[in-house]
Design a protein around this ligand. Structure first.
Ligand code: ADP
Length: 294
């Protein structure tokens, strides 16, 4: 199983002719209220990839319908608690050219305590993986307690903040970053220099660097495994990374070899970028199998 300590956001998406200007009141031409957050998106991708996934998170009572959406996706939500604090949420403006501007409020996502981490890890098996991103509280506790419990730990430091560098690196088995995050952690733009940095500073950790339409590179046991992206007509790259992580970890946690797992994840995320939206753009196992069979 994969135990994901992750954000659950309510995304308020407003279609606008242009981004609202200082002092301006702007009428939106369309509005949608959707389940979002990197944590929830990655749990949905894991579930759609066929993984047994347990989500750990917090949401306001009035948004319990989003917990139902997650349960419908076959995510175990026993440790998704409803609280009185406002849910994490994003106010998203989208222009006709597809550009976006986002205001984010962490809210209930920051209410996961060290005690909650302990409770959620109770009964975990040594074959289980723990996954977390950088949108919830007590991340250092998640990493430490998971490692102490003998579990495998995957970390996606998104969105990147300075605090990531203070986290206990030796608790992490698998780091998954995009090019920008890899650059911010390593201080290098060039892949060879990044590789040297990670070997020196994260010696016991496998590193996956996703490279957008250039594909992905994995650093594993002194080896570099590269997989090209699939060529598709991209219309919206939202949740490409989340889809990649869900499909990769679903396969890798079940002992699929790295190259095969990377290829499946590239196929799934290529399909995701051909669709508009976040969670609704994530394909399922069957769609990925059909795409790979072509
Ligand atoms: P993030 O969304 O976190 O910034 P990336 O942009 O690196 O992450 O995308 C993650 C993965 O999604 C890539 O490794 C690639 O396999 C796939 N992907 C992203 N953009 C495209 C694209 N334009 N065409 C095909 N695959 C893509």
């Amino acid at each position: 199983a994969v135990i994901n300590f992750g954000s659950i956001n309510v995304d308020h998406v407003y279609q606008v002719d242009h981004f609202v200007q200082p002092g301006e009141t702007l009428a939106s031409t369309n509005y949608q209220c959707l389940l979002g957050g990197k944590g929830a998106n990655q749990s949905i991708a894991l579930a759609k990839a066929g993984a047994d996934v347990r989500h750990v998170g917090r949401i306001n009572e009035s948004d319990a319908n989003f917990k139902q959406v997650m349960i419908k996706h076959n995510i175990n939500c026993k440790y998704v608690a409803c609280t009185e604090s406002p849910s994490g949420h994003a106010i998203i403006q989208v222009t006709p050219t597809g550009e976006n501007a986002i205001v984010l409020f962490g809210g209930a996502n920051h209410e996961i305590s060290p005690k909650d981490v302990m409770a959620a890890l109770d009964g975990a098996k040594s074959s289980d993986w723990v996954l977390t991103q950088n949108e919830t509280s007590s991340i250092d506790e998640v990493l430490k307690q998971a490692k102490e419990a003998g579990l495998k730990v995957a970390f996606n430091p998104a969105p990147m903040t300075d605090s990531v560098k203070q986290l206990p690196v030796d608790c992490i088995d698998l780091l998954i970053v995009n090019e920008v995050e890899a650059e911010e952690i390593s201080g290098h733009k060039d892949i060879d220099a990044m590789e040297k940095y990670f070997h020196a500073n994260w010696p016991n950790c496998e590193i996956i660097i996703t490279l957008g339409k250039a594909g992905v590179c994995m650093l594993k046991n002194e080896r570099r495994i590269e997989v090209d992206a699939f060529v598709v007509d991209a219309v919206d790259t939202t949740a490409a990374g989340d889809t990649f992580i869900g499909f990769f970890l679903s396969a890798y946690s079940e002992h699929t070899d790295a190259k095969t797992a990377l290829t499946r994840a590239c196929a799934a995320s290529a399909l995701a970028v051909t669709q508009v939206g976040a969670a609704q753009s994530i394909p399922d196992e069957e769609q990925v199998n059909r795409f790979l069979a072509k």
